[in-house]
Design a protein around this ligand. Structure first.
Ligand SMILES: *Cc1c(COP(=O)(O)O)cnc(C)c1O
Length: 383
C-alpha cells in the first residue's frame, strides 16, 4: 500500500459523464464548456468564467489581458508553483518577489509595501498573490495597497476553490469571486481539488477583461457579428489580436462538471483530515500552520508541516511507502530565475520555510487508517 501526498478521485458517475460527451458533436469547446463555466462561476461567486486548457494558460491570458509586455514589473510570492511567475516572463515582463510571512507562508503585505515604497510610483503594474496551500490571502488588504499604487491583482487560487475569508465588513469573500482581484485563476490538474486531467479557469467580474479573454483563448478570432469590422457572409471571421489555442475540450468539461458537484464534500473531508493532523501534532515537535478559523475557510489543497530534519523525515516516510512532497522550492532560486540574476539569500523567510517544509498526504479518499499510519510514522521520526 503506497500513500501519495495527493490523489484524484474519479467515480463511475464521472466516467459516465465523459463517455456521454463522446456520443455528441462537440469534442472540443461546446455546450459542456458553457455549462462548466456557468456552474464554476456560481460556485466561487463571480460574474464570469472562462475555461482553458490548463492553469498556466489561464495565467498567461490574464497577464496578456492586463497588458503585461516587455519590461512590465509585477510582484509575486517566491513560495508558489513556478507558473505564477512564469506568466509574467511569457509576456517579457519582469518579476519582483516579495518575501513571505513565516506565520502563514503567504506573501507578506509589509514586504509588498516595502517594495512599492522603494520605487517611484508607477514602477509596478500588478500583483499576483497566491492562496498557497488553500489558505486565502486577505485580498481586501492587497486591494487597498493596489489602489494606492494603481496596480491590478491576479489571484492565483489554484489551491483554494471553495476557500474564503471574512472581510472587514463581515462579508464572506470566496476565493476567485472577483470582489477584490481583477482576475483569478484555477487549475484542474489531477492533484488539485477538481480533476480534469488538464484544465484551467479564469473568473472575473470585469466584462472588459472577459471579452478580451474569450478572444485570446481562440487565436484572437471572433465570428460575433457585434464585434466584426466588416462582414462578408456566414463564413466570415476576423482575427483581431494575436491569440492562442488554449481551449478546454468538452470531454474534460463534462468531467469537471461532475467533479464540481462533489467539491463541497471533498472540501469537508480535507478539513476533517487537517483537524486530525492538527490534533495529532499539537504537543509534538512538528509545527503546523494555524489560522483564525472563524475568519477563514482554508481549502487545504496541501497540509504542510515544518520539521527540524525535513530530508530525514521525507526519506523515512518513503521507506514506509508514504510519498510526502515539498511545496515549493522558492521560485527565485530555480536555475532559470538565477540565470536572470535573482540571488539565493534574497528571500530569507521563503528559504527558511523551504528548508523545513513537508506536505503530508491530503486528499478526500485518504482513509483514517492510512492517516493514522502517516501520523504514527511522522511522530516516530520526530519524537
Ligand atoms: C497547479 C498550479 C498552477 C498551474 O496549473 P496547471 O493546470 O498545472 O498549468 C499554477 N499555480 C499554482 C499555485 C498551482 O498550484
Amino acid at each position: 500500500m503506497s500513500i501519495p501526498y495527493g490523489r484524484q478521485h474519479v467515480t463511475q458517475k464521472d466516467i459516465d459523464a465523459v463517455v456521454e460527451t463522446l456520443k455528441h458533436d462537440f469534442l472540443t469547446q461546446g455546450p459542456k464548456i458553457a455549462e462548466f463555466e456557468e456552474k464554476f462561476a456560481q460556485y466561487v461567486g463571480a460574474k464570469y468564467a472562462v475555461a482553458l486548457s490548463n492553469g498556466t494558460a489561464a495565467l498567461h491570458l490574464c497577464a496578456l489581458a492586463l497588458g503585461v509586455e516587455q519590461g512590465t514589473k509585477v510582484i509575486t510570492t517566491p513560495i508558489t508553483f513556478a507558473a505564477s511567475a512564469n506568466c509574467v516572463r511569457y509576456c517579457g515582463g519582469e518579476v519582483f518577489f516579495a518575501d513571505i510571512d513565516p506565520k502563514t507562508a503567504l506573501i507578506d503585505l509589509e514586504k509588498i509595501e516595502n517594495l512599492l515604497q522603494a520605487h517611484p510610483k508607477g514602477t509596478f503594474a500588478g500583483i499576483i498573490p497566491v492562496d498557497f496551500m488553500g489558505l486565502p490571502v486577505d485580498l481586501e488588504k492587497v486591494r487597498a495597497l493596489a489602489d494606492e499604487y494603481g496596480l491590478w491583482i491576479i489571484e492565483d487560487a489554484c489551491h483554494a476553490p471553495g476557500g474564503y475569508f471574512i472581510d472587514s465588513k463581515g462579508e464572506k469573500q470566496t476565493c476567485g469571486n472577483g470582489a477584490y482581484a481583477d482576475l483569478a485563476i484555477f487549475s484542474f490538474h489531477p492533484v488539485k481539488h477538481i480533476a480534469c486531467g488538464e484544465g484551467g479557469m479564469i473568473t472575473t467580474n470585469r466584462k472588459d477583461l472577459y471579452d478580451k479573454l474569450q478572444l485570446l483563448r481562440t487565436h484572437g478570432i471572433t465570428k460575433n457579428p457585434d464585434l466584426l469590422h466588416e462582414n462578408h457572409g456566414g463564413w466570415y471571421y476576423e482575427m483581431q489580436t494575436l491569440g492562442y489555442n488554449y481551449r478546454m475540450p468538452d470531454i474534460l468539461a463534462a468531467l469537471g462538471i461532475s467533479q464540481l458537484e462533489r467539491a463541497e464534500a471533498g472540501l469537508q473531508r480535507r478539513q476533517a483530515i487537517a483537524a486530525r493532523y492538527d490534533e495529532a501534532f499539537r504537543n509534538s515537535k512538528v509545527c503546523f500552520f494555524q489560522y483564525p478559523k472563524a475568519q477563514i475557510k482554508h481549502a487545504y489543497h496541501l497540509y504542510v508541516i515544518q520539521v527540524e530534519d525535513r530530508k530525514g523525515l521525507y526519506d523515512y516516510l518513503r521507506t514506509h511507502q508514504i510519498f510526502a512532497q515539498v511545496h515549493y522550492i522558492p521560485v527565485h532560486t530555480l536555475p532559470y530565475y538565477q540565470s536572470l540574476g535573482y540571488q539565493k539569500g534574497a528571500m530569507p523567510e521563503a528559504e527558511n520555510y523551504y528548508a523545513h517544509a513537508l506536505s503530508l498526504p491530503m486528499y478526500p479518499t485518504l482513509t483514517e487508517a492510512e492517516q493514522d499510519f502517516v501520523i504514527e510514522k511522522v511522530l516516530e521520526f520526530c519524537g
